[in-house]
Each structure stands twice: as structure tokens, then as C-alpha cells.
Design a protein around this ligand. Sequence first.
Ligand SMILES: Cc1ncc(COP(=O)(O)O)c(C=O)c1O
Length: 507
Amino acid sequence: MTADFELSHLISKRAASRQTSHFSRGPPPKDTPPGFKAAEKFIPLHWGTPNEGFFPIESIDVNVVDHPFQASLGNSLTNASLEALSISGQDSKNQNYTKVSIKKHSSDPDALDLAHGLQYSEVKGTPELLKFTREFITRTHKPNYEEWDTITSNGAGEGLNKVVEAILDPGDVVLVEEFTFTPFLQNIRNVGGVPVPIKLNLSHDSEGLDIEYLTDLLENWEELKPGLSKPKALYTIPTGQNPTGLTQSIGLRRKVYALAEKYDFFIIEDDPYGYLTLPSFQKPSSTIKLDNYLTVEEYLKDHLTPSYLTIDSKGSVIRVETFSKLFAPGLRLGFIVAHERIIEVMTKYSEIVVRSSSGTSQTILTNVIKHAFGGVDGWLNWILKMRATYSHRKDILLNTIYESKAYKSGYIDVIDPHAGMFASVIINFPSGTDIEAKIKLLIFKFLHYGVGVVPGINMAADKEFSKERGAFFRITYAPAPNDQVLTEGGELMMKAIVDFFEKDFEF
Ligand SMILES: Cc1ncc(COP(=O)(O)O)c(C=O)c1O
């Protein structure tokens, strides 16, 4: 614990004063009688932890694939992008899996065994998983100061709630991107906070956050936002932003960080998508080339946009990570990287709320990463395969759009994302259009054609503030089962748009 955390004054009063206690903790050190020495070993008659002999599971065997959609290699219908390919050394129909056997007891100190994993465990996360998170961040986005730490969360959703608990008191303001992951707005309001939207630049070559708008707002806060306290934090999804798909360059991040230093606020960096870096659109071939991956070094050096952590020198950045998009959402597992004082107050909160992340999830993830993928670089190799698959899917979907009449007639623009799962289709309504009304109608058109998309305006922090910029739809290439369905979805969306334009924006 460090007493000299420069930003201690920004921790919420609730978090700073939170006490925790546990009935099985020993007496306070100040009561220690002279000459006392605890026995080296003692027999546990105190904790209500069932001995692992009571656990009904003796071992778990996990079969791990080598590539996303591997099972479809022999089945052309599941994922056409991988159809007719074989991974070297494997028969596509009788494919091999890497088997990870998790036993009740293991002598390997880094392998989380079931005796520990299925037991009540450390609030911050098991030491094995915490060690991985530290090594992973050191390899990918090392903070520019020493006193940083990590804590596990039950996914980014719960991680974000830990953040608001740590820093927000009633009336505190959080700046948010005007189109954002709206569930977080409820986390802010739930603790009495006030979200205030920041303009985004919405075009295919923009970086999202409008730095001029942000600078002006901060410079003239009292005048522009009378009655509101100065912002305590900026919440941003800087890479493959949800919903727009936009990515902030490191240059923009430096400018935003400088504002955070000058105006004394935290940057909450929510980054579920950043590792899925994507090259610009290229006309897709019908198959993914499985032997054409980047090396980890190339990826880290030239492709991964550095996190705000890498420019943070004092603990202004609170980074929220998740395993939902890279491993599986059902794990409900993620982690937070922040100054150790922030992690300390989050740990106290967890002690009375979630206690710890799921032991089963931590056990499976830790063992799969260590034994199937081979540790930090192996995990990065898996991410490289994910990104290649996403990149292919993105190009498949965008190709249908670029080839469409709607695009060629100038009815729409597209944001080709540099990372993540989302692209945006911007509708070029003639000036003077009642965008709100027409977007509502267009939604019915999409429903009529049978294609699901998210109206950008549904993800506005303040619909009135954003109504002029709300003429876009978020689309994703993540859930479709194969390239064919993806293509069909893109084509239907484009047909619906042409139909709408040709009917003069009436249903
Ligand atoms: C920006 C953003 N933050 C947080 C989350 C929640 O993620 P998790 O599944 O890890 O709770 C999502 C999920 O879609 C998201 O898009």
C-alpha cells in the first residue's frame, strides 16, 4: 500500500471509509503480548471451508481447439471461410484437440488445481491468475510507473461497477463518449453520478473523441455546465469503440491524458476489443490463410494500439479488461489494472459484494492458457488467430456493402474499424431531414427485411445532444455462423436502405 497516491482525493468517500472485517481473522497486532510467537503450523478448526474431499469433481478434462471454428474444417456449412482447409498435421475430420487435464491436486505452482480452484479463494483473484494478468500487461501495455496492480472481476460489466464504487460520490460527473456502452451509464447513476456526453467525430477516417470539443468544455466548464461539479473521470472505449468501431491513435491519447493531468480526473479505459486489431479492408478471398499470421513481436510493435496505461505515470488510468470476447463471455471473468491504492479500495468492495470471481472460471482459464496455449505469448498467438478470423469476417461483410447499390449511390458511408467487432453504416440523409423520425422508420424497414442492426441513437448518452449525429447503425460480424449468412445479412441491409431511399424515406 502506498500512502502517497497523488489522486487519493478522487477516491469516493464511500470507498475511502469502507471497513471490512472477518470473524476468523486473528487479533489486531497491537494486542500482541510480549514474548508471543505463533506456532509455525496450526490445525484448522476455524474456517468453514469444506475439505476438498467433499468436492464431487475429481478432475476436469478440457479439450482445446487450435483455431477458432476448427470443428468446421470438415463441415462447409458451419464456416465457409475455413471450408476445405486443413491445419497442418491434422486431419480435418478427425481433428486433434489439446487436452488439458485439471486434477484435484497438482505440484505445479502455476497450475491452479481443483482443491484450490473450487475452494473459497482470494478476493483479488487466485495468485496464479493474478500472476498471468501482471505478466500479460507487462508484455502488452506496461504502465509507466511501478505501483500498479490487478484485481479480477466478473467480466468488464462488473469491473466497471467496481470503478464507479471506487471513485464516484453522489453528484460526481463522468465524461462519456456521446455514443457509448449504455449499461455503464446506469452504473454511474446507480451511485448518484452524472454522465455528461462528449462529442464524437463520426467519419470513416476519424479517431472518435472530439478533442477540440473536450478541451473547450474543460476550459469553460463553469460557464458551459453551470451547477455541475468538475469531472472526476472520463470513460472511454478507445479501441474499436462500441458502437462506432473507431480507434484513438496514441497521439490523441497523449492529448487526452494531458487534459486528465491538467484538470485532475481519472481516465476509465474500457477495452474489450483492443486486442482484436484489424487491417484496413481488403477484398476477401473465399478462405482464410491459416499459415499467414503475424508474429507476436510484429503484432505488439506495429498493430496493437498502446493502452492509456503506457502513458500513465501516476495512476490516472483505470483499465478494465475482460476475457469475454477473447475466451468466452460465460466465464464472467475479467480484470482491472490500476494504481495499487485503487485496487486496494476495489478489493475491500469485493470483499462485501462478489467476494471473488468464479473459481471454476479462473481454474479453467488459467490452465488452458498455461497448458494448451503455453502462457502469455501462446495466449497472444490465440489472439492473433482470433484477429485473423475477425478480420476475414469484417472484410466479407464490408465487401457486400461496398459492392451494393446503396454504397455506390452514395446513400451511405461506412466506418471500416481498425479493431474489434463493430462497424458503422452512416446514412447520408439529405440536409434538413428529421433524422430521429426517419431512423425510427428505417428500423422497421430492417425488421421487415429480416436483418438485425443497432441504431446508433439507441446508444446515445443523451439523445437530444446527439440527435444530429445519430444517423448511423452499428453492425457486427461476430455472431453469424458463417460467411454465407454474413453476406446475406449485409445484402439485406443494403436492399432495405435502397428501398427506403427509393420510397423517399417512407416505409
Ligand atoms: C464496451 C463494453 N464494455 C463492457 C462490456 C461488458 O463485457 P463483459 O461481458 O466482460 O461484462 C461490453 C460488452 O459487450 C462492452 O462492449
